[in-house]
Design a protein around this ligand. Structure first.
Ligand SMILES: N[C@@H](CCC(=O)N[C@@H](CS)C(=O)NCC(=O)O)C(=O)O
Length: 276
């Protein structure tokens, strides 16, 4: 057994045996709670090739999760509460890490959130149809990260003249222009450009009291509504698989990973591994 296979076997065993402090629902990320494994097996799937390791947090894990969810791909979401457990297998000592089990028995451990997003998108047909489309998709995806980076500005007045607020408005105006009256940002089918944009824009709506509507970005707001009503996404967004935001992620200045609402009971159920 290769060292990586051994680690994988240990992980599966630990995940299945993961005990939790009875009846205790962690209030924050730094809690001394065992990691939890949430399995998603859409359309009668019985196994999963992908295991996503990340904190019990939206953060950099949420976009890979959205890609797996929107494409109805079976996966296990292994979610950690402390920094103790993953250093041994994480290629750069940080998460997210995607563990891939291939049909031929080989496996890979992939780190770096952007690399994970691109890898999954390629595998799942969300990368664009031509080389030019692929580059445009990548461009829009990078743009969506810039939007996400300006999230705290949604708590300022919509006409604030602070540098960050102006930057956010510029990104959003340009994004409205790129989308125009089209259904998707690039080409005529869903790509990870749309998923990345959805992730950033939905977050602005969520933390910023419908910021896109308040600031008048009608097409972007309609895009978010359209994407959120896709059956796969709508099911995920209201499911017990989705981790609530933490205070830090609200972008209001708190540096605390305290959940803004209680973690779903199903996620913390005692048997360790659960399908939700
Ligand atoms: N460039 C990396 C950054 C990864 C990163 O900063 N991960 C943080 C969580 S968001 C982490 O693992 N922090 C805990 C640690 O460093 O042990 C990526 O995009 O994946």
């Amino acid at each position: 057994m290769s060292p990586a296979t051994k680690v994988a076997a240990m992980l599966v065993m630990a995940a299945t045996a993961a005990g939790v402090v009875a009846g205790e629902i962690p209030k924050s990320l730094s809690s001394e709670h065992d990691r939890i494994v949430v399995s998603h097996r859409p359309q009668g799937a019985t196994s999963a090739a992908f295991q996503l390791h990340y904190f019990c947090l939206q953060g950099l894990g949420e976009l890979p999760r959205l890609i797996l969810e929107i494409s109805q791909t079976p996966y296990d979401s292994v979610m950690y509460f402390t920094t103790k457990e993953y250093k041994s297998f994480a290629p750069f000592g940080q998460m997210p890490v995607l563990h891939v089990k291939k049909d031929d028995g080989s496996e890979a451990w992939l780190a770096q959130s952007g690399a994970i997003v691109r890898y999954l998108s390629k595998k799942l047909g969300l990368s664009g149809a031509t080389e030019e489309e692929e580059s445009m998709v990548d461009m829009v995806f990078e743009g969506s990260k810039d939007i996400m980076g300006k999230k705290p500005a949604v708590h300022e007045a919509v006409d604030s003249d602070s540098t960050d607020a102006q930057r956010l408005r510029m990104y959003l105006e340009k994004s409205e222009g790129l989308l125009g009256s089209k259904q998707y940002f690039v080409g005529d089918k869903l790509t990870y450009a749309d998923v990345g944009m959805f992730h950033a824009l939905y977050t602005l709506q969520e933390v910023g009291d419908k910021y896109l509507d308040r600031a008048g970005y009608k097409s972007l707001s309609a895009f978010v509504t359209r994407m959120a009503s896709l059956p796969s996404l709508s099911a995920y967004l209201s499911s017990e698989r989705r981790v609530p935001l933490t205070e830090k992620e609200l972008g209001k200045g708190s540096d605390k990973y305290i959940y803004t609402r209680e973690l779903p009971e199903g996620m913390i159920r005692e048997e360790g591994k659960k399908e939700l």
